[in-house]
Structures are given as C-alpha cells and as structure tokens.
Design a protein around this ligand. Structure first.
Ligand SMILES: Cc1cc2nc3c(=O)[nH]c(=O)nc-3n(C[C@H](O)[C@H](O)[C@H](O)COP(=O)(O)OP(=O)(O)OC[C@H]3O[C@@H](n4cnc5c(N)ncnc54)[C@H](O)[C@@H]3O)c2cc1C
Ligand code: SF4
Length: 414
C-alpha cells in the first residue's frame, strides 16, 4: 500500500496545488495542504507539480508478517433469530482450508442475545472458538457497531483468512472491515484454496465471466473473501463438538451509531430461488411471453419454481429475483430443467452445481448440453407440453393404482 505525502515546506501556491487533483482530493486544511480520502492514487499531482510538493510513499504496513496471523475465521450472520445458511457453508469451507494447513476455525457472531441453540448449532458444525458479542445496540444490523465488533474480533484473534457470506449484510460489512486493516478483499469467490504459506487462492469469474481471475493477497493479513449462498456445500454436523465459547464486550462508545432504527417493516415472504428443490428455467428459445405458461405449469406440477435467463428478465417477462447466473442468483437444486437456454457462461455460473440438469434446446450444438445430464434436442414448445402430459398421465396412473390397492386391501379386511 502507498499514500501521497505532502512536503509542506515546498507548498507555495495552495490554489494551484489544489487544482492539480481532478478528484478534489487536495484541500487546504488548517492552513496546510492535505490529501483527503478522496485520493484515487492517480499520481497526477506528482507528475504535474514541478516543486516536488507531493511524494509517493510506500507504507510499511504493520501486520505484514504473515506468520503472526493464524486460523480461518467466519463471520456468522444471524438475522431474525436464524443463522443464515451461507454462514454454515462458510464454516464447512473454513474447516477444509484449516485442515490443509493445520489451523483452527474461528467464528464471530453478534446480536442483542445469541440463543443457546444457535451457539450449540455453530459448535456442532465444527467451530473451534466462537466469539460472541451481545449488546442491545447489536439487535439490528447497523454498520458502525457491527464493524467495531468485527474489528475487535480480528484484533483479538488475528486470523489469516476471514470468510463472509456474500449477502446484503456481508457485502457492506466485509469491505468496511477490510479497509480498517488496509488489506485485500475478493468478492463473490467461486473457488477457494490455500497454500502451505497460508496465502489464500481466491478464484472468481471476471470480465463478464469470460475469464476466471486468480487473486492472492500475499503481503497483507487478514485475507478477506466473500462467497455467495449455495456456492459451497453444507458441512456435516459433528456429534461431539469440542469448540469453546468466548464472550466479548466492547466499550459503549464503540457501539454508537448514527443510524436509528424507528420501525422494521417485513418484506412480503417470498420463497427464495436458492432454496428450491426443483427449478424450471426459461430462455429466449421459449419464443413468447405467452409460452411461459408451459414453464409455469411444469414448475407447478413438479412443485418447483420458475426462473429465467437475463434475456427474459430484461424483456420483463420474469421477475428479476428469478434470474439465474453471474449477475443473478446461484442455485443448486436437485433438478433444473433448462428450456430454450443456450448455456452462456454467465448463466451456467449460477446453476452448474445442480444435482440433475435436463436441457431442452432445438440446436444440438447448444453449449447447455455440455453440462446437462440429460439433453433433449427439440422445440421447447412441443417438448414441454408433451412432458406435462406424460407427468399428468403417470400421476393419474399412480392415483388409479393406489385406489385399486386400497380397494383390494378393504376387500381383504372385510
Ligand atoms: C456481465 C454480464 C453478466 C451477465 N449475467 C447473466 C446472468 O446472470 N444470467 C443470464 O442468464 N445471462 C447473463 N448474461 C447474459 C448472457 O451472456 C446471455 O446473453 C444469456 O444468458 C442468454 O440467454 P438465453 O440463453 O435465454 O438466450 P440465447 O443465448 O439467445 O439462447 C436461446 C437458445 O434457445 C434455443 N432455441 C431457440 N428456439 C428454440 C425452441 N423453439 N426450442 C428450444 N430451443 C430453442 C436456441 O438454440 C438458443 O440456444 C450476462 C452477460 C454479461 C455481459
Ligand atoms: S494522486 Fe491523484 S487523486 Fe490523489 S491527490 Fe494526487 S492527483 Fe489527486
């Protein structure tokens, strides 16, 4: 890391110096020239100032001795009395990484009161040390006190890696905390691995999913990574947990916030796509909005959810919360039926972990077939209605067989 140092003794024309910065980061503060946090490190001030007022200084950041940072930590998200399942998935990944380098798994949770059942649950998933922060100020997520908690936990434990769920909370908490330690953060990782020297291999799609970027934070600790829900597997519960619980408190001043929660409005409960066992997804090949009725009917028959590619979301045919892919949701259902979907990397990145993939496409060379377990080459507007009729016929035959079996049973008991 580096910063711009100001040699005040060389600064003469303050107005001209301020004008050097296109981002307004050079200001006059208390009669001195100062560089504010608006600085983007473009270095134009160094290049264009002839008197040597500005100098690039490489910071000697404390804590870069990576051997002083030890263990894999997870931020536990508890909301509305429930542990977000992504936190449990993070614990599973933390165990895998920690096992490779012989480290421990730590977790930090905050709330007004953390339930004993939650504590036991976390220990049952294999946390070695669980740090609990309980205070009335932590009842709702507010960025300042939660960042203070997370910072305190990291200062106490000094973990080498910090994993945070890529949720709306995780996405604001992780970067803010990472900035306090002046360290790196990789958002939305899809693969995580670790080197013997504790460098975290952080892999995520970049440039619209066309390349997989491989990122390492070699000089700073801790190494922050966020991961979206359903990217990693749920860990197994262990029968005899041995982890310990550490209760921590913070001085009241650290729990202050400028945000006052007046009232909490609950959004209408919607079934999240990520939790569906069965998904029927439609793409441009469906042809028309009218034809979506086949997709909806099939989803209903299979007790599943409807989803779509970005193309259909942009067309306004499907609710944006139902978009699968890089800029949508990541799903891992037991069954997904992809109807008239080409199989772009941006779409498949959000569903290729599904247990069973059935694809219907008119083009035998469609990319979706390379990841499908069952591929059907055909017109989706003919294949899906046929499939619906077959399922209905099978269901009717099952009902008939059940009724016949019940009749036989009644006759034999009478
Ligand atoms: C930064 C970025 C992020 C993106 N994020 C996402 C994302 O999150 N999710 C997403 O889905 N996309 C995303 N995209 C868009 C993505 O690149 C593709 O354009 C999109 O997924 C294609 O959608 P599609 O398969 O519905 O349409 P198309 O690619 O046009 O495919 C339509 C398919 O239907 C088939 N077909 C046509 N007629 C029939 C028929 N009668 N019966 C059967 N099959 C038929 C065709 O053979 C074709 O394979 C993103 C793009 C960018 C640049
Ligand atoms: S480095 Fe660029 S952004 Fe920073 S103060 Fe200089 S001119 Fe402004």
């Amino acid at each position: 890391m580096s910063h711009i140092a100001v040699h005040q003794n060389k600064a003469v024309d303050y107005k001209a110096l301020s004008a050097l910065c296109p981002f307004g980061a050079i200001v006059v503060d208390n009669g001195h020239i100062a560089v504010t946090s608006a600085c983007r490190m473009c270095k134009l001030c160094i290049k264009n100032d002839t008197r040597g007022v500005f100098e690039l200084v490489e910071d000697d950041v404390a804590g870069t001795d990576t051997s002083e940072w030890n263990g894999i930590a997870v931020f536990i998200e508890i909301y509305e009395m429930k542990i977000h399942p992504v936190s449990l998935e993070m614990i599973g990944k933390a165990q895998e990484l920690a096992g490779k380098i012989g480290h421990s798994v730590y977790a930090a949770a905050a709330g007004e009161k953390i339930h004993t059942a939650h504590v036991e649950e976390l220990l049952h998933y294999g946390v070695d040390e669980l740090y609990l922060y309980e205070a009335p100020e932590l009842k709702h997520f507010r960025i300042e006190p939660y960042t203070a908690v997370f910072e305190d936990f990291i200062v106490r434990r000094r973990p080498s890696v910090v994993l945070v769920g890529g949720t709306s909370i995780g996405r604001v908490l992780a970067p803010r905390t990472a900035a306090r330690f002046r360290t790196g953060l990789t958002a939305d990782c899809t693969i995580l691995d670790i080197q013997e020297n504790t460098d975290l291999d952080q892999i995520r799609p970049a440039f619209g999913g066309n390349i997989m970027a491989h990122i390492r934070t070699t000089k700073h600790r801790p190494q922050f990574a966020t991961v979206r829900y359903k990217i990693f597997n749920m860990p197994e519960r262990i029968t005899n947990p041995t982890g310990t619980v550490i209760h921590c408190t913070l001085p009241p001043a650290k729990l202050n916030s400028t945000i006052e929660i007046l009232k909490v409005h609950h959004k209408e409960k919607v079934k999240h796509l990520e939790e569906a066992d069965v998904i029927v997804a439609a793409g441009r090949g469906i042809g028309s909005r009218e034809n979506l009725k086949y997709i909806e009917y099939l989803a209903e028959l299979l007790d599943g959810e409807v989803a779509g590619t970005r193309t259909l979301i942009e067309a306004g045919w499907i609710d944006p919360r139902r978009q699968i892919g890089l800029s949508g949701r990541t799903v891992r259902p037991r069954l997904i039926i992809a109807c008239g979907i080409s199989g772009s990397v941006q779409f498949t990145a959000g569903m290729n972990g599904s247990e069973k993939i059935i694809a219907v496409n008119i083009d035998p060379n469609a990319a979706i077939f390379s990841i499908a377990h069952i591929g059907i080459v055909g017109d989706v507007t003919k294949v899906i209605p046929e499939l619906i009729e077959n399922i209905k016929a099978d269901a009717a035959a099952d009902v008939k067989a059940d009724a016949a079996a019940e009749g036989t049973a009644e006759r034999s008991t009478s």
